[in-house]
Design a protein around this ligand. Structure first.
Ligand SMILES: [Mg+2]
Length: 251
């Protein structure tokens, strides 16, 4: 049986960084997450409001942890920009079956190349990614200056890798994998209707969420460009913004 509520929406698909956790490495607002977990407990018990799941570029282990923290026990969460689903119902992980062994090898080659080019400058590859590479450097302006060169290096080799900048990371992803393709998998598996889904995000990476869901909201700290896709922009930041957005949905 698909998760179905008596409310207008069954599911909220929410980004993590800049939405539920600070964009920086500052501690997560556990009081805010606690309110969200209370919401999810109610949603699952009473089926009167949408349950909140996660959709993030973060490694799936990080997403699984937050999914459990916010008490989502029913709907898969999405990690690594769509590579992985984790299902809280049976603790199973699913890598997108469209990813080929050949492309996994290319990602590995890309990892080697990026290490040889930038390791000496202190660029670190985020641990925990399996079919993508995320690069970090404490000097974000320096990191941003590398984006076009990395893109060119991949193109020169005909590697099918999409290069994009988030607030603090460079993401190198397979072009046929994104948050939208993972949402399609989630929808297929859960039977939830897209018309009964809402989304929350703060950067242009979340346009893939906005494109799929029927209603989209942004916290106050979002990129101006993604705010254009929003039906509602909260005056609150990060998790307080998310709680305010969810409040709009259950009115
Ligand atoms: Mg974000």
């Amino acid at each position: 049986m698909p998760f179905r509520t008596t409310g207008k929406y069954d599911l909220v698909i929410c980004d993590i960084d800049g939405c539920l956790s600070p964009e920086s490495h500052a501690p997560i607002d556990i009081a805010g997450l606690s309110k969200l977990s209370e919401h999810n407990r109610f949603a699952i018990q009473h089926r009167d409001r949408p349950v909140v799941t996660l959709c993030s570029g973060r490694p799936i282990g990080f997403v699984e942890c937050l999914c459990r923290l916010i008490q989502n026990t029913v709907i898969p969460c999405i990690g690594e920009n769509g590579v992985w689903l984790w299902r809280p119902e049976d603790n199973s992980f699913e890598c997108d079956p469209a990813i080929t062994a050949e492309h996994l090898e290319i990602v590995n080659e890309a990892r080697k190349l990026l290490r040889s080019l930038y390791q000496a400058s202190g660029v670190v590859q985020q641990p925990g990614k399996s079919a993508s590479v995320a690069l970090y450097h404490p000097d974000t302006a320096f990191l941003r200056s590398l984006v076009s060169t990395i893109d060119e290096e991949f193109q020169k080799r005909n590697w099918p890798i999409r290069v994009s900048m988030t607030w603090l990371y460079i993401n190198c992803d397979l072009p046929y994998i994104n948050k939208a393709t993972a949402i399609d998998r989630l929808i297929n598996q859960t039977g939830i209707e897209l018309e009964r889904t809402a989304g929350i995000g703060d950067t242009m990476g979340d346009r893939f969420i906005a494109d799929r869901v029927s209603w989209f909201g942004c916290p106050a700290n979002s990129e101006p460009e993604i705010m254009k896709a929003a039906a509602y922009v909260s005056s609150h930041e990060e998790v307080e913004g998310v709680l305010d957005i969810i409040d709009q949905l259950v009115r």
